[in-house]
Ligand binder design. Structure first.
Ligand code: AMP
Length: 119
């Protein structure tokens, strides 16, 4: 699947639509999910044009990968969920129900999250 530069997160990165920004650095942008599934639900996206984790892990540079992973950890700590616990989710492809074709990690926390999968 090729990268669609008109996906909603690409538009957020270009500043064409707003987001509730939590953090930004060279490699990553973090913002609140528009339909939160937990008291803390933040999305972290890389700045480069990667469709999903599969694409990112295969094509991103070592600096992009290191920067992105560091940003996810920092955002979780800054949100205050590192001590209470959190879950990371990265959906890839049809079976995962990935909706937005720009790689993103969900940080979920703020309450006991229950079992990993409902069914
Ligand atoms: P996924 O199913 O992993 O692709 O998740 C996409 C997520 O993006 C969903 O949790 C949506 O609620 C969220 N989302 C969609 N549009 C926006 C937006 N404009 N701002 C913030 N979050 C969004």
């Amino acid at each position: 699947m090729s990268y669609d530069p008109n996906n909603i997160f690409a538009k957020i990165l270009r500043g064409e639509i707003p987001c509730k920004k939590v953090y930004e650095d060279t490699h990553a942008l973090a913002f609140h999910d528009i339909r939160p599934q937990a008291p803390t639900h933040v999305l972290v996206i890389p700045k480069g044009p990667y469709v999903s984790f599969d694409d990112f892990s295969a094509k991103a540079s070592a600096a992009e990968i290191a920067g992105f992973v560091a940003a996810v950890g920092k955002v979780a700590r800054d949100l205050g969920v590192a001590t209470s616990g959190y879950r990371l989710i990265a959906n890839h492809g049809a079976n995962s129900h990935q909706e937005v074709p720009h790689f993103h990690v969900h940080i979920l926390g703020g309450r006991a999250l229950g079992p990993m999968l409902v069914k």
